[in-house]
Ligand binder design. Structure first.
Ligand code: BTN
Length: 255
């Protein structure tokens, strides 16, 4: 492991319900900052918004990283953006260069999702007790259930390359540790904003903002230093889109 702190304590499971659940359980029992939980297969892989994460064995990467940050809870959503950038950088070093990011934190290859990130947090009044960042990366050669085939793919299916999972994980942790160290000092995304925007799949393209209050079309321009998506609506007004309940879709489909 090249990272100095992250992953120094780690647990590996052949089969587990969910690495996020395990990380939270261990966090409650006092597991230290930087603890890593990795599995080959998950039986209850969890996605965002209560969805499941398809987690077959043998070739994909499923891991959760436990952090105990000292900053305020409202900053935590930026950690997911740091992780997205770190995964992209790791892929680039392994020769997979066309990875894009769909705001806030899906990684995309040839228009389909290859990686999802689920960040969960426990707080005490106005401080963070712990944060768990769970990452699932589709690497191998297998068929998704039919309902997912239009929007999900694997690195192998798109590039013919079967990447070494350990090496990929080592690189992700190294990059995350580097950007996290800087983030802990400045507590915003100024140091990775350009990198993130360079990979933003919808940049300068029309997107549909699926806000439960109002759905509208706009042009995505980039992100703020605190991670909101900046869009220009049809009246040429700049709007900030906050992650959470809002989804962003390309006008013709998922991206
Ligand atoms: C998403 O919906 O895009 C987020 C998916 C996150 C999946 C990963 S796999 C490892 C970790 N454990 C889980 O149960 N979920 C995350």
């Amino acid at each position: 492991m090249k990272a100095k702190i992250l992953g120094q304590k780690r647990e590996y499971y052949k089969v587990i319900d969910s690495t996020n659940l395990k990380a939270k359980e261990k966090a409650e029992k006092g597991a230290v900052h930087g603890s890593l939980f990795v599995a080959d297969k998950q039986t209850k892989g969890r996605g965002r918004r209560g969805r499941t994460w398809d987690s077959p064995p043998n070739s994909n990467l499923y891991f959760s990283l436990l952090l105990r940050p000292l900053f305020n809870p409202e900053k935590a959503s930026m950690l997911t953006i740091l992780m997205a950038v770190s995964v992209e950088k790791a892929f680039e070093e392994l020769g997979v260069e066309k990875i894009q990011i769909k705001w806030p934190n899906d990684l995309i290859l040839n228009g389909k999702k290859i990686c999802g990130i689920l960040t969960e947090m426990s707080t005490k009044i106005d401080s963070i007790e712990y944060v768990v960042i769970g990452v699932g990366i589709n690497l191998g050669n297998y068929q998704f259930p039919e309902e997912l085939q239009k929007m999900a793919t694997t690195v192998y299916q798109e590039t013919g390359k079967l990447l070494d999972r350990e090496l990929l994980l080592e690189k992700i942790l190294f990059h995350f540790e580097t950007v996290y160290e800087e983030f802990s000092k400045v507590q915003n995304l100024c140091h990775i904003k350009k990198d993130y925007e360079a990979h933003l799949v919808n940049r300068n393209k029309e997107v549909r903002i699926l806000d439960p209050k109002e759905e509208f079309c706009a042009i995505a321009k980039g992100i703020t230093e605190t991670g909101e998506l900046v869009v220009i609506n049809q009246n040429q007004e700049e709007k900030l889109i906050y992650a959470g309940e809002v989804s962003v879709r390309g006008v013709y489909g998922y991206v």
